[in-house]
Design a protein around this ligand. Sequence first.
Ligand SMILES: *[C@@H]1O[C@H](CO)[C@@H](O)[C@H](O)[C@H]1NC(C)=O
Ligand SMILES: *[C@@H]1O[C@H](CO)[C@@H](O)[C@H](O)[C@H]1NC(C)=O
Ligand SMILES: *[C@@H]1O[C@H](CO)[C@@H](O)[C@H](O)[C@H]1NC(C)=O
Ligand SMILES: *[C@@H]1O[C@H](CO)[C@@H](O)[C@H](O)[C@H]1NC(C)=O
Length: 484
Amino acid sequence: MQLPSMYLNALFLLASSVLAAPNHDLAPRQSTQKVTVDLTKRYQTIDGFGFSGAFQRANLVVNLKEPKQSEVLNLLFNTTTGAGFSIVRNGIGSSKSSQNDWMNTILPNCPSTPAYVWDGKDSGQLWLSQKAWSYGVRTFYNDAWSAPGCMKTNGQDTNGGQLCGVSGTNCKSGDWKQAYANYLVKNIQLYGENGVTVTHVGFLNEPDYSTSYASMQSSGTQAADFIKVLRPTLDAANLTAVGINCCEATGWSVASQHASQMASAGVIPMLYAVTSHEYTSRISGVMNTKAKVWQTEYSDLNGGWSTSWYSNGGTGDGYTWANTVFNGVVNSNLSAYIFWEGVQDRATNNNNNEKLILVDGQSYTVSKRLWAFAQFRVVRPGAVRIGASGGSNLKSGAFVNADGSVAVVIINTGTGAQTVGVSLTGSTLVNPTVRAWYTDNTHDMSETTATVGSDGTASASVPGRGMISFLVSGAAANATVVAH
Ligand SMILES: *[C@@H]1O[C@H](CO)[C@@H](O)[C@H](O)[C@H]1NC(C)=O
Ligand SMILES: *[C@@H]1O[C@H](CO)[C@@H](O)[C@H](O)[C@H]1NC(C)=O
Ligand SMILES: *[C@@H]1O[C@H](CO)[C@@H](O)[C@H](O)[C@H]1NC(C)=O
Ligand SMILES: *[C@@H]1O[C@H](CO)[C@@H](O)[C@H](O)[C@H]1NC(C)=O
């Protein structure tokens, strides 16, 4: 989106005044912090925020009775009352059954002549995707953890192995790159026939890790061998709009290696996004690649179930997750941030924090991690990150949405409440629409009044260790244009 030049001249100023002493008998020490939002500085485009229902977890929502089923769907997808997630990551199954963490494949007999078997459920993920679609979600990332076993060096979809036909493999059964590409296309077509347009496809998951569930090893170079087959296969199937994502490394440093290996192999132009997880190394800095970068799976695998917003910086805390997502999209040029499981039950993995909502039979409990993501729901798919700087004890990121509205997300890293003022310089607000929402230990994306002063300053209070999101829209956003 190209902004009108007069729009580019508009600067938003965020000013905050700090009340150091809550005791009003004492003269409060006032300090004003300013965060300058600069529409002339334009960075990456945001594709969205998401989660997965892989490993049968989607079925937990399928099996909920009303009204709880709708309540959970609203928590995940509703853009006015919930997290407003905009991306669903589906696992493309490669296993023969749907037990435990397995997802059944559409090629159960793995013959040389494909005989696809579609059960119309896909481990509950088709239903979840159809529901997401009804909420307006339009980004569906279908990702295979592994090729079916017959296509691999180890003859099984689990315990690593490689795709026969990529460099370094020499399988008696021959080259399976084309068959695997056809198989992925079939998955996309089946979703399409069922009302869900898949926009992105992946063919690996943690290819630097070998485990007893579906897994397949690959370097970036080997991935490139396959991308050279997959891209023309998608195009020939009229799926030119489907982007290829790769390679879902366990961590940022391996993902960076993948990026450089794929660049050497010349496949970056065939790629949509380089994808990384954050388990073995955290996201830091900006990856050296011309492709977009997505964080596609991360969670706290160790901590016991926690619904805290802030408990001394625990890895499952909502506040920690607010900072984690912020680091990805504001500091590290990510275009998407995808959590691991949206829902999970109590029994799995000792009821840890790898889910946003605990669904146990017919009851559910919401973690503050979900509300950390909800604070980013003001940033809609297609938004472009713009400049935001200044302000101690405040972390801020700003985005201009496709409709021209401006979203500003702010984390108060201080322990005390602050009044944050949003104002425009070089312009005058006329009938502005400024809304603000915040989350802390006792609030979940609660709307708070943003008072707009005669000087155009919109003010709202954010608690210590809280997060606040502003949305300046309608007349306000236009007013920045008409003022001059
Ligand atoms: C989102 O929640 C609001 C408020 O409860 C409701 O009116 C709306 O229908 C919900 N959106 C969808 C798509 O269900
Ligand atoms: C390919 O897609 C276009 C537009 O999406 C459609 O008009 C056309 O019919 C499709 N062709 C085939 C062969 O499916
Ligand atoms: C950020 O990502 C975009 C692609 O989304 C890329 O064009 C741009 O070069 C990246 N920025 C930096 C500083 O690498
Ligand atoms: C700006 O005004 C135009 C026309 O009056 C309207 O269509 C558009 O939605 C407004 N933009 C925003 C961001 O409100």
